[in-house]
Design a protein around this ligand. Structure first.
Ligand code: IPE
Ligand code: IPE
Ligand code: MG
Length: 262
């Protein structure tokens, strides 16, 4: 764009929000797996005198925006924390609102299936599905099945997810194999345990992003984050932008990862 054309642009053109263009060449190294704790919806709503559910509506929009941006940037594995095993402790109305948003997202994923397939997006849902409404579970399974052959972007959404429960479940499956005689306790390796986690076949988390000012892991991907780089921000999730995501990536490329070495 020339200086002349900027100067001659109409006010509307100048102020129209342009969609940030993902540019992977800005980064010397990209994380293979980015995990995001989408936090701060409630505080965002409170600041505006809105209901917590309205905060979740905005948060869901941010999830779509950042998920798309990260995938377009070429991040191969993305895991977004949408609802924890502990979040059932919230008021019924709020939980209902979140589940409704989740249903809307699943409907949209099916409506936009061609677009998702064209982009090579494989969608997976991490978490215990047994406590989720069977209608939603049917949609989750359908979306997972229809995108299962895609390999470009692995988009994982954690719903009714708890890392301790995930590890416990993997341990139970291995213990059952020991009881039945197909496995000996001394044959249990980290690889065998990993093969029974939701992330089976996916790399460990390189970068964990948590907005909203909290600096804790809240039962998210405890095994997979063993050597993850943490990136915190005070921005509340509904306000989180592509620029914030870029900032996390810029910080990540400067980190010296030693994995216990020197
Ligand atoms: C994250 O935002 C969404 C979920 C946990 C479902 P919060 O609802 O936790 O927002 P805050 O932390 O109360 O601001
Ligand atoms: C973590 O956020 C869970 C999700 C973002 C889905 P919380 O808001 O539930 O975490 P705590 O309670 O502040 O640790
Ligand atoms: Mg929170």
């Amino acid at each position: 764009m020339t200086v002349e054309s900027i100067l001659s642009a109409s006010d509307a053109e100048k102020t129209a929000p342009s969609k940030p263009v993902p540019d992977p060449s800005r980064f010397s190294v990209l994380p293979r797996h980015v995990a995001v704790i989408m936090d701060g919806n409630g505080r965002w709503a409170k600041q505006r005198g809105l209901s917590r559910s309205e905060g979740h509506i905005e948060g869901a929009k941010t999830f779509r925006r950042i998920g798309e941006y990260a995938g377009d940037l070429g991040i191969r594995h993305l895991t977004f924390y949408a609802f924890s095993t502990e979040n059932w402790a919230r008021p019924e109305q709020e939980v209902k609102g979140i589940m409704k948003l989740f249903g809307a997202y699943l409907d949209e994923a099916l409506e936009r299936l061609d677009e998702n397939l064209e982009k090579g997006i494989r969608l997976r849902f991490f978490g215990d599905k047994s406590r989720i409404d069977p209608e939603l579970v049917a949609l989750m399974n359908k979306v997972e099945d229809l995108t299962k052959d895609m390999t470009k972007v692995n988009l994982n959404i954690a719903v009714n997810y708890g890392a301790q429960q995930e590890i416990l479940h993997a341990a139970q499956l291995l213990a059952a194999q020991c009881t039945e005689g197909s496995l000996k306790p001394e044959e249990i390796t980290a690889e065998k345990l990993e093969a029974n986690l939701y992330t089976a076949g996916q790399p460990p988390v390189d970068l964990l992003i948590r907005p909203s000012g909290e600096q804790r892991i809240s039962n998210f991907l405890l095994w997979q984050c063993a050597y993850a780089e943490f990136w915190y921000s005070d921005v509340l999730w509904p306000d989180f932008t592509e620029r914030d995501f870029d900032m996390a990536l810029s910080d990540f490329e400067k980190r010296s990862r030693r994995f216990g070495g020197v």
